[in-house]
Design a binder for this molecule. Sequence first.
Ligand SMILES: Nc1nc2c(c(=O)[nH]1)N[C@H]1C(S)=C(S)[C@@H](COP(=O)(O)O)O[C@H]1N2
Ligand SMILES: [Mo]
Length: 435
Amino acid sequence: MVKKREMNLDELYADDPERADAIVFGRISDKVTRRGFVSGLATMSALVGGEIVFSKFLPQGMMPVAYGAKSFTIPGKDKGLTILNDRPVNAEVPPHLLNDKITPNNRMFVRNNGIPPKNTSASSWKITFAGEALKAPVTMGLRDIQKKFPKVTRQIWVECGGNGRAFYNPPAGGNQWTYGAVGCPVWTGVRLRDVLDSLNINYQDVVSVGYKGADTHISGQKGKDAISRAMLLEKAMDDNTLIAWEMNGDDIPEMNGAPVRLVTPGVPGSFSGKWLSEVLVRNIMHDGTKMRGSGYRMPYYPVAPGTKVDKKHMTLLQEMPVKSLITSFKSGDKHSINKTLNVAGHAWTGEQNITGVDVSIDFGQTWHKAALTEAANPFAWQHFGAQVNFPRRGYYEVWARATDNTGKMQPPSTPGWNPKGYANNMIHRIAVNVV
Ligand SMILES: Nc1nc2c(c(=O)[nH]1)N[C@H]1C(S)=C(S)[C@@H](COP(=O)(O)O)O[C@H]1N2
Ligand SMILES: [Mo]
C-alpha cells in the first residue's frame, strides 16, 4: 500500500481509475457517489486550479482532462503521443515522431475500445478456436502455438479505420484521430492459416473469421465484449495474416495487445484483435460486437456531407486506401532559404504496393517525383524522399501524394464524406516558413 501512495495521480488513474477516484474523492462504495465528498473535491480542485463546478457529472474513473493534458502519459510510450481519451486509452502519434522506417514500440499508437486485461502472462495464455466450422472448440496454449508452427517475421502497417476522422465536416462522432493512428513495426508470430489448417476445417462453408480479446467492456459488465470483429476467409488465409507475439523483437507492449494478437494486413486496424483469446471460424458474417451496427461501415455510393444514410446502404469497410505521411519535419518548422529541404516519409496502401509518391510546394500545381524504396515485404510501408528548394522567402505548404498500382491516388481534401468518418486518405499538408 505504501508503494501505491507514492504514485502520483496520473499514475494512479492509469493503474486503477476506480481506486484513484476513491482516493481523490473519498471512498466510493455501493451507492455512494462522488457528490458527498467535499474533502476529495477540494484536493482535486486544487490540482486543476479551480472548483469543478459540475463534478457530480464527471463519470467515475475519468480523470479531468486539464490534469491529464499536463501530465498523463501511457507507461512505455513516448511522452509526445497525443492522448485523445484516457478511458479507454486512445493515443495517436504526431507524424514527425513516425519518422523511423520501422515504428518503435514506444511510438505505436493505441486504440482501445475497452479495458485491457490485467493478467497477460504468456506462459499461461490460451487461445480457443471455435465457430460453426469446427466440430468442437479446440484450445491451444500460446507456448504450444509457438512450438508447433513455422515462425514468420513481417513488417506490417496497422492503421485505424478512423484515422483522419477529425477532418470530416460535418464531424463524425468517435475519436478525433488526425494523422497518427498508424504504425508499421516488425511483427513475429505464426500464420493464422497454418493454425487453421491444423484444425480439419471444411473451408467450403466458411465466410468469416472473427476474434475475441481478453479486454473487458468499458462498463465492466460481464459477458459484454469491448469489440469482436472479423475478416473474410480470404484474408484469414493470406500468407501475411499473423498471430503475433513479438513487436520489433520484444514482447508486444501491454497496450498493443500483449501477449498475443492478430496482425491483419491491408484492412482497418480493428481486424487485428489484441489480447487474442478466441478465434471464431464462422459460416456467416461474424456478428460480434461492432460488426452489426453502423460502425465500421461506409455508404456504398457517394453521399452529400451530412446525409443520414440508411444502414441497408452501408457496407463493411474491408480495405484501407492509398495514403502517405510526411515525417521528416513538422508544420510550423522554420527553414532557411539557403538550404535544401529533405521531404521524407512513408506511403502505404491496402492494394499492396505504392508505385509513386509526388511532392508539391505550390498547392498541387506542379508535382515532383520523389525517390521511393521497395517494401520490405508485402504490406510494409514504403519510404519516399525528395529534395526541395524554395524560390524565395515566405509561407509554403509541402504536399505529398501517393499513387498505388491500381492508379488510385490521394485526394487534396477529404474523400467521400461518410457518417462515421472512415478512410480519410487526403494529402498530408505541412506548413513551412521559409526565412
Ligand atoms: N481486443 C481488442 N482488439 C483490438 C481493439 C480493442 O479495443 N480490443 N482495438 C482495435 C482497433 S479499432 C485498432 S485500430 C487496433 C489498434 O491497435 P493498437 O492499439 O495496437 O495500435 O486494434 C484493434 N484490436
Ligand atoms: Mo480502429
